[in-house]
Write a protein that binds this ligand. Structure first.
Ligand code: HEM
Length: 399
């Protein structure tokens, strides 16, 4: 669908590439919520929805707010990723076969191995009294879980990180869009080639893993084609790695900077599952999701036009006082926490059971071994825009 420029009277109230915003976006969210029903960022041409009510409405109405948009330049893809870039009812049919494979009991079965891996990572640095949290814990842990889930060899961890980073953060000048697109397209080719080989291999030698499941599952009375399997695997690679890494980093940066809150979890580890939810709400690492309008729609005093791109600011909706009492307060005992950090409606996160298990187990294992820690004095953490990953988070404790 052709994308059109959208008029918006409230341009410039957010600057989503400002480092202060990416590190601590909540005050800006509160400002937007208080003043503008439809806002517009300095670095973006399309309007932003921020109120909980509007955001949930948009996510629950894919017939108006469509996920079918051309993201080739940003994602290096040749076709839409399944199921994220297609709309219901076709999307719902894919979700039916995928949801079975990502159920809570299946994800819980991965927990003992994930805990062992978390313990091994901690063993590697606990005596040193410091670590760079992103590279030494937040990146490798979800990546290992992903490889186990997919049935791919752990030795390929570095390759997977290279492929994922080649799409999400291509190693070129950030202002050089042409170089970034070229790098993404080349990386995309490598991702397709990798999974093409894995699919051929599982067809020849079936195993008990995700790729084999996709080659054998019945989809409306027929098998999935190789292209469909590739388009699912491509999405799992992009959706399953950075998101958990980013959430772990943001959660630990918060706990390192707020010792009273952290000590509550150490004293009462049974609060950790609730704290995971509250930190997901407060930090909302996947802060924004795009949609394209399939018809004109009026939100407040702004008419949004068919064909235009709209940004849905999950992070702002998660601190909307109309939904969350005392929204700017982080409360690990919050009740009825209906945060939308995993989205809502048809496209709600497929991997939420896996992500929750990983976050809970990681925070439990960490605080058993390292209850007291802080951000290294003088260090300035570096948070990426978009998916808010703490790319540099040095932590120290007494060894
Ligand atoms: C804390 C970690 C995670 C967060 C915050 C997160 C967030 C999200 C969000 C906000 C969406 C909705 C996107 C939209 O509406 O356009 C989504 C969708 C999705 N997520 Fe996650 N995610 C996480 C972990 C994972 C994991 C571990 C996987 C898989 C291994 C995964 C796979 C997916 C897939 C496949 C979709 C698309 C679902 C569909 O379109 O039907 N996610 N996620």
């Amino acid at each position: 669908m052709e994308q059109k420029e959208n008029p918006c009277p409230h341009t410039g109230v957010l600057n989503i590439i400002d480092p202060e915003y990416t590190a601590h976006p909540q005050p800006a969210y509160a400002r937007v919520l208080a003043n503008h029903r439809v806002a517009k960022s300095i670095a973006m041409h399309s309007p932003i929805l921020s109120r909980y009510e509007d955001v949930v409405f948009a996510l629950r109405h894919p017939e108006i707010f469509s996920s079918e948009m051309d993201m080739q330049v940003l994602l290096g893809t040749k076709r839409p990723m399944i199921p994220q870039q297609i709309d219901p009812p076709r999307q719902t049919r894919y979700r039916k076969i995928l949801d079975l494979r990502f159920s809570r009991p299946r994800m819980q079965a991965l927990e003992p191995e994930l805990r062992r891996h978390a313990q091994q990572l901690i063993d590697g640095f606990v005596e040193r009294g410091e670590c760079e949290f992103d590279q030494e814990f937040a990146v490798p842990l979800p990546c290992a879980a992903f490889l186990t889930l997919m049935g791919l060899p752990q030795e390929e961890l570095d390759l997977f990180l290279e492929l994922k980073n080649g799409i999400i953060r291509p190693p070129v000048d950030p202002m050089d869009m042409i170089a970034a697109t070229e790098f993404r397209m080349k990386t995309g080719e490598r991702i397709y080639a990798y999974f093409e080989k894995a699919i051929a291999d599982r067809r020849a030698r079936p195993q008990d893993d995700m790729v084999t499941y996709l080659t054998t599952v019945d989809f409306d009375g027929r098998p999935l084609s190789d292209e469909e399997i590739l388009d699912i695997c491509y999405l799992l690679l992009l959706g399953g790695l950075d998101t958990v890494t980013a959430t772990l980093g943001c959660s630990m940066a918060y706990l390192a900077s707020n010792p009273e809150q952290r000590r509550k979890l150490v004293a009462k580890p049974e609060l950790i599952p609730n704290a995971v939810e509250e930190l997901l709400r407060w930090e909302t690492p996947v802060s924004l999701v795009p949609r394209v309008l399939k018809q004109n729609v009026t939100i407040g005093d702004v008419e949004l036009r068919e064909g235009a791109l709209v940004n849905i600011l999950l992070g702002a909706a998660n601190v909307d006082p109309a939904e969350f009492p005392d929204a700017m307060n982080v409360d690990f005992e919050r009740e009825n926490n209906r945060h939308i950090s995993f989205g809502a409606g048809a496209h709600r996160c497929l991997g939420s059971h896996l992500a929750r298990m990983e976050l809970r187990a990681a925070l439990e294992e960490w605080h058993k071994r390292i209850p007291e820690y802080q951000i290294k004095p003088g260090a300035v953490p570096n948070v990426s825009p978009g998916i808010r990953e703490q790319l540099y988070l040095p932590l120290v404790w007494s060894a």
